[in-house]
Design a protein around this ligand. Structure first.
Ligand code: SF4
Length: 191
C-alpha cells in the first residue's frame, strides 16, 4: 500500500473519528504501513549523535549504500528516542545538496565576495595563523611584583566555534587553540 503523508493524516483523522463513531473499522494496518514506508527494507545501525556531549542515541537507516533517515533511538535511557532540533537534522551531514563546497572570500577593501577552492582557504588560514602568532606571541610577562614569568599567550587571535562542528572537531579545535596559546576561545554548543 502506498500512502502519502497527507493520506496518512487523513486516515489518522478518519480512524479516530471511526473508532469514536463505533464503525468497527480497524485502521491499525494502515498506520503500521505508513510509518514503515520510509525505512522499509533499510538497514538500521545504532549510533550516537555526534554534535554534543549529551550523547543521544540514534538509529541510522541506510538503503542502497545511502543514509535515508536518522531517528532517535528509543532504547536510549536519558532521551527515550528524542533528539533536539540539531540532532534531528543530522542527516544533513551526509545528504545536503545545499551544502557549500567552495569558500567565499572577500579581500580587504573589496566590495564583492569571490568563490575560492577550499584548499586555497585552508592555506590562507594556516598562513595567517602562523604569521599572526609569529608577530604577536607573548612568551614572558611581568607579574604584579615586577618579576618576569612565562605566559606563552597569544591574544591576537580569537576562536569562535561553530554549532555545526561535532564533538571530535571541537576537541581538536580546542587542542589546536591551546597549543598555539590562544586564550580567547568560545563556542556555541547547540541550537
Ligand atoms: S545535539 Fe541534540 S540530539 Fe545531539 S547529542 Fe546533543 S542534545 Fe542530543
Amino acid at each position: 500500500m502506498s500512502l502519502s503523508r497527507r493520506d496518512f493524516l487523513k486516515f489518522g483523522t478518519a480512524s479516530a473519528a471511526g473508532v469514536a463513531a463505533g464503525t468497527g473499522v480497524d485502521w491499525t494496518p494502515v498506520e503500521a504501513a505508513t510509518t514503515a514506508l520510509k525505512i522499509k527494507e533499510a538497514k538500521a545501525v545504532a549510533s550516537v549523535c555526534p554534535y554534543c556531549a549529551v550523547g543521544c542515541g540514534q538509529l541510522i537507516f541506510a538503503k542502497d549504500g545511502k543514509i535515508i533517515d536518522i531517528e532517535g533511538h528509543p532504547d536510549t535511557p536519558h532521551t527515550l528516542g528524542r533528539l533536539c532540533p540539531k540532532g534531528a537534522a543530522t542527516i544533513q551531514l551526509s545528504n545536503n545538496p545545499l551544502r557549500p563546497t567552495k569558500a567565499l572570500y572577500r579581500a580587504p577593501g573589496a566590495e564583492k565576495w569571490e568563490e575560492k577552492p577550499l584548499e586555497w582557504m585552508y592555506e590562507q588560514i594556516a598562513k595567517r595563523y602562523y604569521d599572526t602568532r609569529e608577530k604577536y606571541f607573548i612568551e614572558k610577562e611581568k607579574n604584579k611584583d615586577g618579576q618576569e614569568v612565562v605566559v606563552n599567550r597569544l591574544e591576537a587571535i580569537g576562536s569562535l566555534g561553530s554549532a555545526c562542528i561535532d564533538n571530535e572537531e571541537c576537541y581538536l579545535l580546542s587542542k589546536l587553540n591551546r597549543t598555539l596559546g590562544i586564550v580567547y576561545h568560545e563556542h556555541q554548543a547547540r541550537v
